[in-house]
Design a protein around this ligand. Structure first.
Ligand code: GLN
Length: 319
C-alpha cells in the first residue's frame, strides 16, 4: 500500500476535519439563489489513494455542482485530444494576478490560463469546434459528461438543470468575457458564442459529491489511470500539464500564496469544492460552501494547511 498505516493516516484526516469544522469564516456564494441557499455548515472530506484506499468524513454524499472544478477537467480533455501545442495557441499558462472572472486578457490578447473563466470559456470553444466538430450539442454534452464519469471511475455524476438555467440568467460577466474574446478573434473559426457559453455553463453545472470527486483527483494523482477501474482515461503528458497549471493558477488570485504555503496542485470552485492532488499518492476532495474574499473555500484552505503541517506533501519538503 502507498500509505502503509492507513488507520493512523485517516485518524489525522479526522482530526483536521474536526479542527476545520469550527471555522465559521467566509460567505456562501450568492450570485444565484440555488447556491445562496446552501447550508454554510456543510463540510466533507474524502480521500482516495492511487491504490484505491478510500476514506470519507462529514457531508461527503451530498451533491454539489462542479463550477470551477470542471475547468481542469475540460482542459485535460482538450490537451488529451488536441495536444499541448494546439491548445496553447489559444490560451496562456500565466497566472492572471486578478479575480477569476476579471475582464482582462494577456498581452497577446489571449486568456491568461485555463483555470479562470476566460480561459475555461475558450477551452470550451476548443472542445466544441476542434474535437469532432460534427457532433451535435447534445452529443458534445454526453461526450464531456462521459469523460468526467470515466475520471470518476463511473460513480454518480449528474447535471443540475436549475443551476444551469440560473448560471445562464446571471451571466453578464461571462457574456462580457465571451464578447471581449470574440472581438479579439480568440476562438477557432466558425465558433458560435452562445453555444460556447451554454456549454461552459453546462460544465459548471455538472454535479457530484465529495466521495466521487476524490476519485477524480486520484485519477489525476495517478497519471490519468483511474485507481478504481484501472482505465487509462488521460495521457500522462496531459495530466502533467493540468497539474502544472493547477499548481500555479488553481486557487484564483491566492494561487501564489497557496503554492508557497501548501505546495500541492489544487482547484477550487464557487460551490465550495476543492480538488487536491498529491501526485503519485492520493486525491482529496473537500467541500464546504463558505468562501473567502478570493473565492476559495475557507475550510478547504485550512484543511490543506493542516495537512502539510503534519505530512510532508509540500512539493519542496524533503529536499
Ligand atoms: N459558474 C461560475 C462562473 O462562471 C464558476 C466560477 C467559479 O467557480 N469560480 O462565474
Amino acid at each position: 500500500f502507498i500509505i502503509p498505516d492507513w488507520s493512523g493516516f485517516t485518524k489525522h484526516i479526522e482530526d483536521f476535519y474536526w479542527k476545520c469544522k469550527t471555522n465559521s469564516e467566509g460567505k456562501v456564494a450568492s450570485y444565484i439563489p440555488q447556491l445562496a441557499r446552501m447550508n454554510p455548515d456543510y463540510w466533507g472530506v474524502s480521500v482516495c489513494t492511487i491504490d484505491g484506499q478510500r476514506f470519507s468524513i462529514g457531508d461527503t454524499s451530498i451533491p454539489f455542482t462542479l463550477q470551477s472544478c470542471s475547468k481542469p477537467l475540460t482542459y485535460a480533455i482538450a490537451l488529451d485530444r488536441l495536444g499541448q501545442e494546439v491548445v496553447h495557441q489559444y490560451v496562456g499558462q500565466e497566472p492572471s494576478g486578478r479575480n477569476f472572472n476579471e475582464l482582462v486578457l494577456d498581452y497577446n490578447k489571449k486568456p491568461h490560463n485555463p483555470m479562470i473563466n476566460a480561459g475555461a470559456i475558450l477551452v470550451c470553444s476548443l472542445l466544441k469546434s476542434l474535437i469532432k466538430p460534427e457532433m451535435t450539442l447534445a452529443e458534445k454534452f454526453d461526450f464531456t459528461m462521459n469523460y468526467f464519469k470515466k475520471l470518476a471511475g463511473g460513480e454518480n455524476l449528474g447535471f443540475n438543470n436549475a443551476i444551469f438555467l440560473s448560471e445562464r440568467e446571471a451571466a453578464d460577466r461571462n457574456y462580457a468575457l465571451g464578447f471581449y474574446m470574440r472581438e479579439h478573434n480568440c476562438y477557432p473559426d466558425k465558433s458560435n458564442l452562445k453555444e460556447i457559453l451554454d456549454f461552459y455553463f453546462q460544465c459548471c453545472s455538472m454535479e457530484a459529491n465529495c466521495d466521487t470527486m476524490a476519485v477524480v483527483a486520484a485519477t489525476l494523482a495517478n497519471g490519468g489511470i483511474c485507481p478504481i477501474t484501472e482505465e487509462k482515461v488521460l495521457k500522462p503528458d496531459s495530466v502533467r500539464d493540468v497539474l502544472s497549471l493547477m499548481h500555479s493558477c488553481g486557487m484564483y488570485d491566492y494561487s501564489g500564496q497557496f503554492a508557497f504555503k501548501v505546495g500541492i496542485p489544487a482547484k477550487s470552485g464557487v460551490s465550495g469544492s476543492l480538488l487536491v492532488v498529491i501526485p503519485n499518492v492520493m486525491g482529496i476532495c473537500t467541500w464546504s460552501p463558505p468562501l473567502d474574499p478570493l473565492g476559495n473555500s475557507c475550510r478547504g484552505v485550512q484543511f490543506c494547511q493542516e495537512l502539510v503541517s503534519e505530512f510532508n506533501f509540500h512539493r519542496y519538503d524533503n529536499l
